[in-house]
Design a protein around this ligand. Structure first.
Ligand SMILES: CCCCC/C=C\CCCC/C=C/C(=O)SCCNC(=O)CCNC(=O)[C@H](O)C(C)(C)COP(=O)(O)OP(=O)(O)OC[C@H]1O[C@@H](n2cnc3c(N)ncnc32)[C@H](O)[C@@H]1OP(=O)(O)O
Length: 303
C-alpha cells in the first residue's frame, strides 16, 4: 500500500488533483487500414477500427481516437454499434479491445462531455456510458483487454468489464479508478465492478485514494491478469482467447452471466436515478470548477 502511494506521489499535483505521469505527445491524425483477404472482415468508423478474422473467430477492436482515446459521446456510440454488430455476427466468438494510439489505452471519460454543457447533454452522455458498461459487462462473447498504455478511470472501467486483462510491461503506464483525485466520485456500478475484480478491501483503498497502479502493482492486486512486453500484448491476447475458446461457449456464457447478473441488474434497477444523480452532481458549480481546473492543468503541463 505504502509502495503504491509512494508511486502515486510521482504524479503531477494541482490542488487536490493528480495526473498520470506524462511526457508522451500524440499526433491528432490517424491512418486507417483495410484487409483484403476474404477471411478478414474489417470495418472502420472514425474512432473504432474492427478487424474480424473469420478463420479464428477473433475480432480486434482498436480504439483510434487521438490524442488519448477519451470516451466521448461519439466514441461511445461508435464503440457500442461495433460491439452490437460483433455480438450478432455468428462468425465472431471473441473480442480483443486494444488501442491504436501510442502509450494510451484510454484516458477515460471525455471530460469535455462533462464540462460546460447543459443537463440534457450530461444525461445523454451518461446514458451512453451506462450503455457501454451494460453491453460489455453482460457481453455474451469472450472479451479480452489488451492494455497497451495508460488506463485511468473510465478506461480502467472498460478494461475491468472484460473477461481477461493483459497489460504492457511499461513502468510509465498506469491503471486505476482515480476519480477522487479529480474531486469526483465513482458511481456505485464503477465501485461494484472494481470490488468484483480485486475484492472489497483493496477496492476500498483503491477508490478512496484514487490509486493508479503500475502494471506490476496492478498484477499483484489482480486488477490485471498478466503483464507482458508491449510487443506481445496482442499475441498473448490471441493465445489466451484460444484457451477461452476451448471451453464450450454455452457453459462459459452461462457461468459469466450468472456471476455478473446481480451487478448488471443493480444498475438496471437504478438506472434513471443514477442518471439523475450524475446530472445533478456534475452540474454543481463546485464540480464544474474542479473539472475546469483539471482541464487547465492537463493543458498547462505540456513540456
Ligand atoms: C454520489 C453520486 C455520484 C454520481 C456520479 C458523479 C460523478 C461522475 C463520475 C464520473 C466518472 C468519471 C470517469 C472518468 O473517466 S473521468 C476522466 C479521468 N481521466 C483522467 O484523469 C485522465 C487525464 N489525462 C491524463 O492523465 C493524460 O492526458 C494521459 C491520459 C496520461 C495522457 O498523457 P499525455 O500523453 O501526456 O497527453 P496529454 O496529457 O498532453 O493529453 C493530450 C490531450 O488530451 C486531453 N485529454 C486528456 N485526457 C482527457 C480526458 N479524459 N478528456 C478530455 N480530454 C483529455 C488533454 O487535455 C490534451 O488536450 P490538448 O492537446 O488540447 O491540450
Amino acid at each position: 500500500m505504502a509502495a503504491v502511494l509512494r508511486r502515486g506521489a510521482k504524479f503531477i499535483s494541482f490542488g487536490s488533483s493528480q495526473l498520470l505521469p506524462g511526457g508522451c505527445k500524440h499526433g491528432r491524425t490517424s491512418t486507417l487500414s483495410f484487409f483484403s483477404s476474404s477471411n478478414r472482415n474489417s470495418s472502420s468508423s472514425s474512432k473504432i477500427k474492427v478487424d474480424l478474422d473469420g478463420s479464428t473467430g477473433i475480432a480486434v477492436v482498436k480504439f483510434q481516437s487521438p490524442p488519448v482515446n477519451s470516451m466521448s459521446l461519439d466514441f461511445l456510440t461508435e464503440l457500442s454499434i461495433s460491439l452490437e454488430k460483433l455480438e450478432l455476427d455468428k462468425s465472431c466468438r471473441g473480442v480483443i479491445l486494444t488501442s491504436g494510439q501510442p502509450k494510451i489505452f484510454s484516458a477515460g471519460l471525455d471530460i469535455l462531455d462533462m464540462y460546460g454543457k447543459n443537463p440534457e447533454h450530461y444525461a445523454e452522455f451518461w446514458k451512453s456510458v451506462q450503455d457501454i458498461w451494460l453491453k460489455l459487462y453482460s457481453y455474451s462473447k469472450i472479451t479480452i483487454a489488451g492494455i497497451n498504455g495508460s488506463c485511468p478511470a473510465g478506461g480502467c472501467l472498460m478494461a475491468m468489464t472484460c473477461d481477461y486483462r493483459i497489460m504492457a510491461d511499461d513502468p510509465r503506464y498506469r491503471i486505476g479508478l482515480n476519480e477522487t483525485q479529480l474531486g469526483i466520485v465513482a458511481p456505485f456500478w464503477f465501485m461494484d465492478t472494481i470490488v468484483n475484480t480485486v475484492g472489497h478491501r483493496t477496492a476500498e483503498l483503491s477508490l478512496q485514494f484514487g490509486l493508479m497502479y503500475s502494471p506490476s502493482d496492478a498484477l499483484k492486486i489482480g486488477l490485471v491478469d498478466q503483464v507482458v512486453p508491449e510487443e506481445k500484448v496482442l499475441s498473448t491476447a490471441t493465445e489466451t482467447m484460444t484457451q477461452f475458446m476451448a471451453i464450450p461457449d454455452h457453459a462459459r456464457e452461462i457461468s459469466k452471466s450468472m456471476l455478473r447478473k446481480p451487478t448488471v441488474d443493480r444498475l438496471l434497477a437504478f438506472r434513471d436515478a443514477d442518471t439523475k444523480n450524475f446530472v445533478s452532481f456534475i452540474s454543481k458549480d463546485s464540480i464544474q470548477k474542479s473539472l475546469g481546473m483539471y482541464l487547465t492543468m492537463l493543458k498547462q503541463r505540456k513540456v
